[in-house]
Design a protein around this ligand. Structure first.
Ligand SMILES: *Cc1c(COP(=O)(O)O)cnc(C)c1O
Length: 215
């Protein structure tokens, strides 16, 4: 049962950690069941699926866009999201800025880092991060609220932990160094079904859980 799964996870995690229920691929009924269980943070990864659910559920949930976002689809989701977790290039930030300006709103985003260096994953590689941070104060309609990363797809817990420790260090460094309100480190989005326990131990305050809720 979805509500049992949610209650189990909630009992395991500290109160200050936000549980984002990753409702991608789930039916409207099962997505609704998450809301009924008292979780209002929903994660979607495909623009079309998200829009379909948005048309029915509207702004009652806080929508988290967590999938790879194509520049030509940005216009469909602007104004509907609480956070876009998957911002991975200056080009994408430019488009989010433009579309947000059109609507006269500020869009809150996380920078997705590719620390595991898996080619299959999108995200900013560490060498490029400072260049991205440097241009952020230019933007008026995009605000960076934190970082997101995925752990490596391996079973070696020590290696997974290493990645999360590295991400937390980067998060803390940016938090210390940022003087501009364009960059605020409020959310460290790391941890999924298989690794959220490790992620929380290493400082995550936002976990994105799919399978453990819906199976
Ligand atoms: C699918 C997905 C999740 C949830 O993964 P589970 O292993 O099902 O918990 C979290 N984050 C991102 C970016 C995803 O694409």
């Amino acid at each position: 049962m979805i509500s049992d799964n949610i209650n189990r996870i909630k009992s395991e995690i500290p109160e200050q950690v936000t549980l984002v229920a990753v409702s991608k691929y789930q039916s409207l009924e099962d997505t609704q069941a998450v809301l009924d269980a008292g979780i209002y943070d929903l994660g979607e990864s495909k623009v079309q699926d998200f829009i379909k659910k948005y048309e029915v559920l509207g702004d009652r949930p806080r929508w988290h866009f967590i999938g790879h976002l194509q520049k030509n689809k940005v216009k469909y989701i602007i104004g509907k999201t609480f956070l876009i977790h998957s911002v991975d290039s200056i080009e994408l930030i430019n488009v989010i800025e433009r579309e947000s300006k059109k609507q006269g709103i500020v869009t809150n985003v996380l920078l997705q880092l590719n620390l595991a260096r898996e080619d299959s994953k999108s995200g900013i590689v560490i060498e490029d991060l400072d260049a991205v941070l440097k241009v952020l104060p230019r933007y008026q309609f995009v605000k960076v609220k934190g970082l997101m990363a995925m752990g490596p797809l391996i079973e070696d817990n020590d290696k997974i932990r290493e990645i999360f420790v590295e991400l937390k260090k980067i998060y803390d460094r940016i938090k210390e160094e940022s003087v501009d309100d364009t960059i605020q480190m409020n959310y460290l989005s790391m941890g999924m079904t298989d690794d959220y326990t490790i992620a929380i131990e290493e400082g995550s305050n936002m976990i994105r859980v799919g399978r453990k809720i819906f199976s």
